[in-house]
Design a protein around this ligand. Structure first.
Ligand code: ADP
Length: 595
């Protein structure tokens, strides 16, 4: 639930951050990025403008003095003074042609004071200037008045746009005529094609007379007044009816001068560097690439920002998740620990219960054995008691007869019988006692002797032959005297039961590896089928109801295990069952060794 809520709030937080980032990007970043690229493009545009203006200015500066230089040639004055001299006309024509070629002018021509062309570099051409009158051109009037004529116009004869320079031809102070030099503007425009900006040159009437784009040439950038139109017509400067309007919408955007022409947006830079000629040069650079670059950079920035926000949010989410997982693990560890503690407590209690039960069972086992043996025991006690009675009666008789020797013999027999009964009772007492004894070195052979003494009544009451070989060297083993004896009694008793009261039992005590092994082997039927696993379990018995508790082997097993030994049992390959007690060898105690 908590995790889900934090997930939802994390989602909201991410959305909020993205929204905020979008707002900042749109209001603060985008205008800056766009302005940067527009200004950068404007800067480059200004450089182009500068280059174009410098080129034009250099050309004008180069051409302006030419008419004066040409006018100084004496042939020109002479021809003006003698216009009918055919040879001179021819020479002047050649001279003008050569001059035109050397200065790369499109035309060089000489006019008299009426504006009539006497000689021209184009004299050989079909549409020669010779014989034409240019008195209507302002450059003629300017030069005829003694000044330097400059003029831009569409050539009447050639149909080419050209720039005209004119200077008076003098004879001393007297002005005889005018020499004019015409340059076409196409080479400039051709040069501008390579520039990254469009170039537009307007005259002071606002008419485009040079442009890198052909469709912009000879267009008016401002609506022409009727007065301006009439002047153009009078000078035959441009074909007045063709001067359609080129609509240039200018505006300012972030300090950058923008222009829109026929729906295309340009960054505009204008310079009146050619003010002397009355020209305004404008460089127009398309704004779209700058905007595209800005858009791309902006997109990259936006992507980065979004990515950074997403990554940060992801990392935060991961960290939160880790903390949560950590908490969960801690909780689980805590739960597990308390469960374990509980389990340990439970086990301790169970063990305690088991220990108590086991102690009780040991006792029960003993009592059961006692019960089983009681019949045999009563027989065992009865027999000596009857003997004691008989010996006592005999002794009385011998005493009456005064046969003291016989009396002494009978009393001695009575005493031995009493000893024997005392021994039996001592064993029984030992057997019945709860095992409070310590575990330590016990003399193995003596323990077995005691066990045999306890088992004697049962053995005797049956028809069993016991073959006992005690261990050599009277070894000591680790154990408890009474309990080890109880185990041996148990095995012997089981063997007697197995042979069915008639058979043979082999009892051996011998070295086994580092320790000692006591084996009880019988020639009975061997272990019941599949019993080897279960026979050490409590209450496993194959004996009829009332005869076996199924506790003997399980108690014995635990006793031997307490001694650090092993109790085992199997069916012997040669028939019968064999049970073994493997015990740890013990040092002979000092007191015993001294004895
Ligand atoms: P109980 O003698 O009361 O049955 P034990 O724990 O002493 O209990 O023995 C368990 C079972 O192991 C016996 O019922 C018997 O089936 C089997 N058993 C023990 N000793 C022998 C043996 N010497 N030969 C064959 N089976 C045996």
């Amino acid at each position: 639930m908590f995790a889900r809520m934090s997930q939802i709030s994390a989602g909201w937080r991410l959305a909020l951050q993205l929204g905020l980032a979008a707002l900042i990007l749109a209001t603060l970043v985008w205008p800056r990025v766009e302005r940067y690229f527009l200004r950068d493009a404007a800067q480059q545009n200004r450089v182009t403008l500068q280059l174009v203006s410098d080129g034009l200015r250099a050309a004008l500066d180069r051409y302006a003095p030419l008419p004066n230089l040409i006018a100084a040639k004496p042939e020109l004055a002479r021809l003006l003074q003698d216009p009918d001299d055919a040879r001179l006309t021819e020479r002047v024509n050649d001279l003008l042609l050569n001059t035109a070629i050397s200065v790369t002018a499109s035309d060089v021509y000489l006019m008299d004071m009426d504006g009539l062309t006497l000689a021209a570099s184009s004299y050989r051409k079909e549409r020669s200037f010779v014989g034409r009158n240019f008195s209507f051109r302002p450059y003629f009037t300017q030069a005829a008045a003694g000044g330097l004529g400059r003029y831009f116009a569409l050539g009447i004869t050639s149909g080419e746009r050209g720039y005209f320079f004119a200077a008076p031809v003098r004879d001393g102070p007297r002005i005889l005529g005018v020499v004019a030099v015409k340059f076409t503007v196409e080479p400039f425009e051709a040069g501008w094609q390579a520039a990254s900006s469009n170039i537009l040159v307007t005259d002071n009437a606002g008419i485009v007379f040079m442009a890198s784009r052909p469709d912009w040439r000879l267009r008016a950038t401002v609506p022409l007044t009727p007065r301006a139109l009439s002047v153009i017509r009078a000078n035959q400067q441009y074909p007045a009816d063709r001067l359609a309007l080129l609509d240039i919408g200018r505006r300012d955007e972030a300090g950058v001068d923008m222009a829109v022409i026929n729906g295309t947006e340009y960054i505009a830079s204008s310079g009146d560097a050619l003010a002397s000629a009355g020209w305004t040069v404008t460089a127009l650079r398309r704004a779209a690439p700058a905007r595209l670059q800005a858009g791309m950079l902006f997109a990259a920035i936006a992507l980065l920002v979004i990515l950074a926000i997403c990554v940060a949010s992801y990392l935060r989410h991961r960290a939160a998740q880790r903390v949560q997982v950590h908490k969960m693990l801690e909780q689980r560890v805590e739960q597990r620990t308390s469960a374990l503690r509980h389990e340990i407590e439970e086990r301790r209690r169970t063990e305690e219960k088991l220990r108590r039960t086991q102690a009780g069972l040991v006792q029960a086992g003993k009592l059961s054995a006692l019960g089983q043996m009681s019949a045999a025991l009563s027989h065992e006690f009865n027999q000596p008691l009857q003997a004691v009675k008989a010996y006592a009666e005999n002794a009385q008789t011998f005493l009456d007869r005064g046969e003291t020797g016989e009396v002494r013999d009978n009393i001695g027999r009575i005493s031995r019988m009493a000893d024997r009964m005392a021994a039996i009772s001592r064993h029984l007492r030992n057997f019945a006692r709860r095992p409070g004894e310590a575990i330590g070195p016990v003399p193995l052979n003596i323990v077995i002797d005691d066990a045999l003494a306890v088992s004697a009544p049962k053995l005797k009451s049956s028809d069993v032959v016991l073959d006992y070989t005690p261990a050599a060297d009277a070894p000591w083993v680790i154990g408890g005297h009474v309990r080890l004896q109880q185990v041996a009694v148990n095995l012997i008793s089981n063997a007697v039961d197995a042979v069915g009261g008639r058979g043979r039992i082999e009892l051996r005590a011998a070295r086994h590896g580092e320790g000692w092994r006591v084996t009880v082997r019988d020639n009975g039927p061997g272990l019941p089928e599949n019993a080897s696993e279960q026979m050490f379990d409590p209450f496993f018995t194959t004996k009829p109801m009332g005869q076996g508790l199924g506790l003997g082997l399980s108690i014995s097993y635990n006793i031997v295990r307490d001694f650090g030994g092993t109790l085992w049992g199997e069916t012997h390959p040669d028939g019968g069952a064999i049970f073994g007690i493997d015990l740890i060898a013990a040092e002979v105690p000092m007191t015993e060794a001294a004895e």
